[in-house]
Design a binder for this molecule. Structure first.
Ligand code: ATP
Length: 264
């Protein structure tokens, strides 16, 4: 049985306590790559993201942003520390159990689009819901596809679309099932600024109207300004954060990471 997005439980009950948990919690998570030359991609990272929040993750290239997303979502195993989604720790050593745990709860918009080449746009968007046994509101699916500018491409296959269009299919696919937690790695990287703005508004609506929790890696200060909070990573650690961010402030903070600059 799938856990509902917003569990309706009696105050004080165990289920209610669980419902009050953060959407995502990392406790002292570390991840190192390599044998001879060891790189601490994540170094003792702790964070808590409440339900219904939109968080951007920024930092210089190689600072650990993608590793943070991959580890938090259980796509990669942490070396140490705990990861809790909706208050539940999940076992990343058991791939089948981890996939079952994520299904319906966690959505992804990653740089590799992972669209199925033999399926149409419409079928690709509805597939995760089918697999998870969730009934999709077809009207909403059409609305989302309309918002990402793909309503005239429903019967196209991925090979017949541009990179940016494929990215938008991946975004629509991640949003229609309304997972409680949505991980997005550079979701606007392949889009022009007008399309990028539409996608960011869509992500913002997912948070504010549907209570979804979004964690988005981005290099773009303008994109980060759509979030409620920006976390800044450097050398695998969270070194700073900004609430109610504005693009100019975010750009200035990022500039402080450049060699020769002293971090503020
Ligand atoms: N599979 C891997 N094997 C070895 N090292 C890796 C692997 N993945 C990442 N790393 C290293 O871990 C560090 C963090 O990488 P990560 O991809 O998380 O950074 P990032 O902040 O997302 O970078 P970018 O902005 O360039 O995408 C880097 O030093 C990278 O070289």
């Amino acid at each position: 049985m799938l856990a509902p997005l917003f569990p309706r439980t009696l105050p004080g009950s165990l289920e209610h306590m669980t419902a009050m948990e953060d959407a995502l919690r990392l406790e002292k998570v570390s991840k190192t790559y390599g044998d001879k030359v060891r790189v601490a991609a994540l170094d003792d990272v702790s964070l808590a993201l409440p339900y219904g929040t939109f968080t951007a993750v920024m930092g210089p290239s190689g600072s650990g942003k993608s590793t943070l997303l991959n580890t938090a979502s259980g796509l990669e195993r942490a070396d140490s520390g705990r990861i809790l989604i909706g208050g539940q720790e999940f076992d990343t050593s058991d791939e089948t159990a981890a996939t079952r745990f994520r299904r319906g709860r966690v959505g992804f918009v990653f740089q590799a689009f992972n669209l199925l080449p033999t399926l149409t746009v419409w079928q690709n968007v509805l597939l995760p819901a089918r697999i998870a046994g969730i009934t999709v509101d077809k009207r909403r699916a059409r609305q989302v596809l309309d918002r990402v500018g793909l309503s005239d491409r429903l019967n196209h296959r991925p090979a017949e679309l541009s990179g940016g269009q494929q990215q938008r299919v991946a975004i629509a696919r991640a949003i229609v099932t309304r997972p409680a937690l949505l991980f997005a790695d550079e979701p606007t990287g392949a889009l022009d600024s007008a399309r990028a703005a539409e996608v960011l508004v869509l992500l913002g609506e997912a948070v504010r109207e549907y209570g979804q929790t979004v964690v988005m890696v981005t290099h773009d200060p303008v994109a980060a300004a759509y979030a409620d909070r920006v976390l800044f990573l450097a050398d695998g650690r969270i070194v700073d954060e900004m609430r109610a961010p504005e693009a100019t402030g975010v750009a200035a903070r990022m500039a402080a990471f450049r060699p020769g600059k002293v971090a503020a």
